[in-house]
Unconditional design. Structure first.
Length: 205
């Protein structure tokens, strides 16, 4: 039988540092690896592209994705403002070949400058929603805004997937092959992880 891990318990209070550091450092450093939503959107100031590692699948009936920018409707970032105003955005999956471009798109740019241009990737109009997607991404999900809910200093943005783009290079017999999709996850600070090492474990009945 596996022995339980020893723990040094601390109460984590919202926004207050403790022996483990800030709640952000504790949460982002231990809830790992986190998938990255590379979100592209369109708004009054043009096309926008930014990565978010507070991201996951929420439901499959209907198919709903979630990302959570550290921003609120009263103090929104461009991605949140665009998603709420146009009720549309695209989530692009970050793979190992695109991780440097993704990182470049996280830079704070002057108004009017393009994250697509800085990252060296190509915006392509989505098929079903008013948002661009990253042409170089092997998987992209076109989303319609399902709901946006303020949670403390962040906003949980839910998007219903209405169309998906999947590169043939990451499929086998017409289905997504996870062995071929070299997705990247966020760790903490400047650290990331890929999926080069995998293992299987049989689920109990």
């Amino acid at each position: 039988m596996t022995e339980p891990a020893s723990t040094d318990d601390r109460q984590v209070r919202g926004g207050e540092p403790d022996e483990f550091g800030s709640p952000y450092r504790l949460l982002s450093g231990s809830v790992v690896p986190r998938p990255i939503a590379w979100v592209s959107s369109r708004g009054p100031s043009g096309e926008n592209l930014a990565p978010y590692s507070f991201f996951n699948v929420v439901a499959v009936q209907p198919p709903v994705l979630m990302f959570a920018p550290v921003a609120t409707p009263t103090a929104p970032k461009d991605t949140l403002a665009n998603a709420v105003e146009t009720e549309a955005f695209t989530v692009n999956v970050v793979t190992r070949d695109l991780v440097e471009a993704m990182n470049e798109s996280a830079a704070t740019l002057p108004p009017g400058d393009s994250e697509f241009e800085r990252a060296g990737v190509t915006p392509v109009d989505a098929d079903r929603v008013d948002a661009p997607r990253v042409a170089e991404a092997q998987v992209s999900f076109e989303c319609e805004l399902y709901e946006a809910t303020e949670v403390g200093g962040s906003t949980m943005v839910l998007g219903e997937v209405v169309y998906a783009h999947v590169d043939d290079a990451v499929t086998t017999d017409g289905k997504l092959d996870t062995e071929k999709l070299d997705a990247v996850g966020r760790l903490a600070g400047n650290s990331y992880a890929d999926v080069s090492e995998r293992f299987d474990i049989e689920r109990p009945p």
